[in-house]
Design a protein around this ligand. Structure first.
Ligand code: FE2
Length: 411
């Protein structure tokens, strides 16, 4: 199969792409078609590596309004709504919603998903269901699972044992939620426990870290220190780090040195954190999004996630990575030309580093032929116009296609 005239990652000159046996066999400015080879002319459309959702909660996905809507939109009312929905949670319910969510993602060119799954549940029903359903969805997406202790490790009965059981069952990454633990000391101990669990089992880590406006919430410094000392480094991701938005600049100056040394990754979730943070503020209201610009400028890897998809905590979402990038650039004031052009990396290459995808990802000869074709000439136009993913190709197979809308102005 030969794809002609692809604008690969905003390149000025188009390239042709030959796909063979599910791999990128050849990428060059002009490739002569072979006899009987199928040819598709992309006519200069943008081609990107598949989008990656590096942070979502698939166990709660697609439950907004069921059985009740979150009327205030706050985190706490979200928890109340979820408590009512949790009664109905069973394996088939979880699987059915995960299937729908993964198909939504697929239609938007997302082929890799990291989901946090709540393991503060003695039956681990959601974890078992998602471990099961991910096999059936392999043709559409790779799903990485984080054992996520929503109600804490030290602050929930048998929290440590549940984390260990989740790892034994097959979780890919270890989570924690230090800012939610009863005390600061529990927070530190939970991080020590989680880091050691990850190190012992050779797993990745992804911590809900300081998802609060409290400028005294300092799980991040402990996480980065342990990542450094245990040699976990870029296997570790700090998600949210909203408190960093509110830290004093003097403290951030000191912290940055450690963050650079530690090599850890960051995931910001601009849609959900602008919506949920700043709720204790009157005016001015904080945005709650971590210091993406400063972290990026320091050479630290940052990706963007959606966090929630139509659930009690976030009532919107269509499984596209575009909106989180679009809003993320606004709230972090990264709207310079180069910032905009390069911003697709937050949900492609940077997210691939978070997930440790290595050479199984990216547009290069010899790698799996997985990519998204967008109805735009470059990422600037795609982002600005909310261009659809017209083709999503996974290991050489077209797994989703969208017919762009035709708009007509009649007068
Ligand atoms: Fe989250």
């Amino acid at each position: 199969m030969l794809y002609q005239n692809a604008c690969i990652e905003n390149a000025k000159e188009t390239q042709d792409i030959r796909v063979e046996n599910g791999l990128f066999a050849e990428i060059a400015p002009r490739i002569a078609p072979r006899e009987n080879e199928e040819v598709k002319d992309l006519e200069g459309r943008l081609v990107l590596p598949p989008f990656i959702e590096p942070h979502v909660h698939l166990d709660a996905t697609l439950t907004a309004g069921d059985p009740v809507w979150n009327m205030s939109g706050t985190l706490f009312e979200g928890i109340e709504c979820w408590a009512k929905r949790k009664d109905k949670l069973n394996a088939e319910d979880v699987k059915e919603r995960v299937r729908r969510a993964v198909k939504l993602y697929a239609s938007n060119g997302v082929q890799f998903i990291r989901t946090h799954v709540d393991v503060t549940d003695p039956s681990l029903v959601a974890l078992k269901a998602i471990l099961d359903v991910r096999e059936e969805l392999r043709n559409l997406a790779d799903i990485q699972i984080v054992a996520f202790p929503q109600e804490g490790i030290l602050s929930f009965p048998n929290g440590k044992e549940l984390m260990e059981e989740a790892v034994r069952l097959g979780a890919d990454a270890v989570g924690a939620i230090p800012h939610f633990e009863f005390t600061r000391e529990y927070g530190v101990e939970s991080l020590n426990f989680a880091c050691e669990l990850a190190a012992k089992n050779g797993l990745l880590m992804d911590v809900h870290c300081d998802e609060t406006d409290d400028d005294q919430s300092r799980g991040l410094e402990t996480l980065a220190t342990r990542a450094l000392e245990l040699g976990l480094k870029d296997k570790v991701t700090a998600s949210h780090t909203c408190a960093m938005h509110s830290y004093s600049n003097a403290y951030v100056l000191k912290l940055m040195r450690l963050l650079k040394m530690s090599g850890i990754n960051f995931v910001a979730n601009p849609l959900v954190n602008t919506h949920l943070e700043g709720r204790a503020d009157t005016y001015p209201k904080r945005r709650g999004v971590t210091r993406v610009k400063e972290l990026s400028e320091a050479g630290i890897n940052v990706a963007f996630g959606n966090d929630d998809l139509f659930d009690p905590w976030y009532p919107m979402g269509c499984g596209s990575m575009r909106d989180t990038v679009y809003l993320g650039l606004h709230v972090t004031q990264m709207m310079g030309y180069h910032d905009i052009m390069n911003s697709y990396r937050f949900v492609t290459e940077n997210a691939a580093k978070v997930l440790h995808l290595g050479e199984s990802y990216g547009i290069a000869e010899g790698r799996p032929a997985s990519f998204a074709v967008l109805e735009a000439k470059d990422w600037y136009e795609a982002l600005s116009n909310n261009a659809p993913v017209v083709l999503s190709v996974r290991k050489g197979e077209v797994i989703a296609r969208t017919q762009p809308a035709v708009k007509q102005v009649l007068r």
